[in-house]
Design a protein around this ligand. Structure first.
Ligand code: NAD
Length: 495
């Protein structure tokens, strides 16, 4: 099997790498295994890619360690910045291809995939800007001592990413890691390996030295677990389910106590007060849950509307949702494509069934869309209660619940009644209400009169069981550096 395959998408034809990208070379997996990635729009295989097992993880770690101790340690911070900037420029140059691959493999609408590519290049450029601005402090203790701190790279970083935003997660992880002088072994999600592999060709083109970034395709229980328990990986960064997040922490604890950052799930409340601008609120609530087919860790899946506008809101929200065009991701007006996989499709349909059986009312949707591909109708449940599964568990699909509330105090309590704490939102025209509620919600991000607005300059991450650490912004740099204190004695002997 060749390591490149010509692939035709409705918008571009391109050469898809299918190998593992280790030490700057395209190679097959040691065990010689491959697996197919499926097009969620028509349920047919796109191409088979080579599968990494533990021995391939080991080879990638060795390459990353060699680069970390060698060429990358010798590379000036300003040059690291230039290389990241060059990589960002290449993302822009190849944006049509990257976006098409994302739509093909993940199923997201091409118009949305184009935004993902822009945000990815923006993120890489942003961290390119940081590369030569990372420094420690001097600290005065006494006249005889000079103290300073250095912010040194952590070392070899294992990065495990999910399938909902393959390219964005790639750049959120790789940008800060290599800006700060680390090297990387990144494993993609088995559902969506293609765009990350194509982006690896841009690593080569940008001139980033061999071994600094290694990209492998493979499964969680084998390649992912090998990363989490590897004795020569210094840090692991993971985005995905809370269940797997726990196993990563355990594996780190049982192996070499590698540093761990986790970006996990959510069940985020989206709160609309009587005095909100109702049209604006509806557009943000709709976007909050149905963007990316509900496959967002921060999806606003629990909607709370104050009693004075509840009936009007539900009716108008139903009408707004009916305008979301569900269909072929490559069609220009499509807003919502298929769910990523059969497994996700089945999981979501089970949640819809459980909502119906528990007595919730289907305001709209509640079924699959069409009869081919993993499409699900945007679904709104009302008449829900906090003990229902659909109110408690992350569905990760185009399904939300809508509940009525009376008072601010009551909705803050309901909003916080979850083990998660990734995001929340409040819609009101009263500044005092907005700030009081924003301060009271236990979430890493609170949006006021908007939803899902994520910028690479602003930190993102979870309270409670939604994660550990922050990605994006200056805050992410702390995850990829460790502080060394150096204490220089200016005087002579102690006694
Ligand atoms: P997952 O957590 O199993 O997979 C995410 C990544 O972790 C993939 O790369 C996978 O290969 C890897 N992985 C899986 N098991 C592993 C292990 N034991 N050790 C190391 N790595 C491992 O998620 P999923 O099964 O694809 O989706 C299940 C649910 O997870 C979804 O329904 C959703 O609720 C949640 N999810 C959340 C996010 C997010 O952005 N927070 C993303 C994807 C999925």
């Amino acid at each position: 099997m060749s390591l490149f395959t010509k692939i035709e998408t409705p918008s571009v034809t391109y050469d898809q790498p299918t190998g593992l990208f280790i030490d700057g070379k395209w190679v097959k997996g040691v065990e010689g295994k491959t697996f197919e990635t499926i097009n969620p729009t028509n349920e047919k295989p796109i191409v088979a890619v080579h599968e990494a097992g533990p021995e391939d993880v080991d080879a990638a770690v060795k390459a990353a360690r060699k680069a970390f101790n060698g060429v990358w340690a010798q590379t000036l911070p300003s040059v690291r910045g230039q290389l990241l900037t060059k990589l960002a420029d290449l993302f822009d140059e190849y944006s049509d291809t990257l976006a098409a691959i994302e739509s093909l493999d993940n199923g997201k609408a091409l118009s949305m995939a184009k935004v993902d590519v822009q945000l990815s290049s923006g993120c890489l450029r942003y961290y390119g800007g940081w590369a030569d601005k990372i420094h420690g402090k001097t600290i005065d203790t006494d006249p005889e001592t000079f103290n300073y701190t250095r912010h040194e790279p952590v070392g070899v970083c294992g990065q495990i990413i999910p399938w909902n935003f393959p390219l964005l997660m790639w750049s959120w992880k790789i940008g800060p890691a290599i800006a700060t002088g680390n090297t990387v072994v990144l494993k993609t999600a088995e559902q969506t390996p293609l765009s990350a592999l194509y982006a690896a060709t841009l690593i080569e083109k940008a001139g980033i030295p061999a071994g600094v970034v290694n990209i492998i395709s493979g499964f969680g229980k084998t390649a992912g677990a090998a990363i989490a328990s590897h004795m020569d990986i210094d840090k692991v960064a993971f985005t995905g389910s809370t269940v797997v997040g726990r196993t990563i922490l355990q594996a780190a604890a049982k192996s070499n106590l590698k540093k761990v950052t986790l970006e996990l799930g959510g069940k985020s409340p989206n709160i609309v007060f009587n005095d909100a601008n109702i049209e604006d609120a509806i557009s943000w609530v709709n976007f909050g849950i149905f963007f990316n087919h509900g496959q967002c860790c921060c999806a606003g899946s629990r909607i709370y509307v104050q009693s004075g506008i509840y009936d009007k809101f539900v009716e108008q929200f139903r009408q707004r949702t009916a305008k979301n065009v569900v269909g072929d991701p490559f069609k220009q007006d499509t807003f919502q494509g298929p769910q990523v996989s059969k497994l996700q499709f089945d999981r979501i349909m089970e949640y819809i069934q459980s909502g119906k059986e528990a007595g919730a009312k289907v305001e709209t949707g509640g079924d699959r869309h069409g009869d081919e591909g993993f499409f699900i109708q945007p679904t709104i449940f009302s008449n829900v209660s906090p003990d229902m599964k659909i109110m408690q568990e992350e569905i990760f699909g185009p399904v939300c619940t809508i509940s009525k509330f009376e008072t601010e105090e009551e909705v803050i309590k309901s909003g916080n009644e979850t083990t998660y704490g990734l995001a929340a939102a409040v819609h009101t025209q009263n500044l005092n209400t907005a700030l009081r509620v924003a301060n009271s919600l236990k979430a890493g991000t609170v949006w006021v009169n908007n939803y899902n607005m994520i910028s690479y300059q602003v930190p993102f991450g979870g309270f409670k069981e939604s994660g550990i650490g922050r990605e994006l912004g200056k805050y992410a740099l702390a995850n990829y550096t460790q502080v060394k204190s150096v204490r220089v004695r200016l005087g002579g002997a102690l006694f």
